[in-house]
Write a protein that binds this ligand. Structure first.
Ligand code: MG
Length: 247
């Protein structure tokens, strides 16, 4: 069962989404050579608190920080540390916020200084893939139409779609039904209905799609250690185009 939210619930999830979006925008301005990922985490913690929300990732299944910061070959779930951001890096920031019991979650990948041509292309294609997925998220279409739209677009570029992590429903919990893979055949899964809130989050690798988990038990990196990017929005299915909540 995929939860369909009431008008009031949707309003609350959107309010949490606005805080997520503002936090990401704020953090993007802080990502500069020399900053440590721990400093970004502290900045995020303060910003979210001042906005009236709670960092939803802190303590989630034991996650030890407020946000995820994943650099270069790190795909997702990078743990903030003393690692310094450097010129030429790409830095994925993933932020989740709880506001009065409602949840939102989004991610962006930002370039640091001068990045390679491949990195520039990867960022553009990953962001475009997210919007292809959002465009496919229409009332009456099937869940896997989103998955197919993303995979079909990305694989034509020569990049690959991560299999081991997927998008998800969101709103009353950080992760709800359904799972939303970024790959698959069209026309499968439930029919989308107005009032569903979905986190769509393509994770795209410059090399192969395989990932592995570092010994810290959290951070996923590409097996071939080539770079990876991640963009995510929470969207609400409506009678026409989906509404983006994390903007
Ligand atoms: Mg998510």
């Amino acid at each position: 069962m995929i939860p369909v939210k009431s008008k009031n619930e949707l309003k609350k999830v959107k309010q949490a989404g606005v805080i997520v979006a503002k936090t990401l925008k704020f953090l993007a301005g802080k990502v500069k050579p020399g900053v440590t990922t721990k400093e970004l985490d502290a900045d995020a913690a303060l910003f979210i608190e001042k906005s009236g929300g709670k960092a939803a990732f802190l303590g989630y299944h034991g996650f030890p920080a407020h946000i995820c910061v994943s650099i270069n070959e790190e795909v997702v779930h990078g743990i903030p540390s003393g690692r310094m951001v450097r010129n030429g890096d790409i830095v994925s920031l993933d932020v989740g916020v709880e506001l009065e019991g409602y949840f939102a979650d989004a991610a962006i990948t930002v370039p640091v200084g001068k990045i390679s041509k491949t990195a520039q292309r990867l960022l553009k294609i990953t962001k475009d893939a997210l919007y292809k997925g959002i465009a496919a998220a229409r009332c009456g279409r099937h869940l896997s139409d989103i998955s197919f739209a993303i995979q079909n677009y990305v694989e034509k570029t020569g990049f690959s779609v991560v299999r081991d992590f997927v998008g998800h429903g969101i709103g009353l919990k950080l992760h709800e039904e359904p799972q939303i893979p970024n790959f698959g055949k069209p026309g499968q899964g439930v029919k989308l209905e107005a009032g569903m809130v979905l986190a769509i989050e393509p994770m795209i690798n410059a090399g192969g799609y395989e990932v592995e988990i570092l010994p810290n038990g959290w951070t996923a990196v590409t097996r071939d250690r080539k770079i990876s990017a991640h963009f995510e929005h929470d969207i609400c299915i409506t009678d026409s185009v989906a509404e983006i909540f994390t903007i």
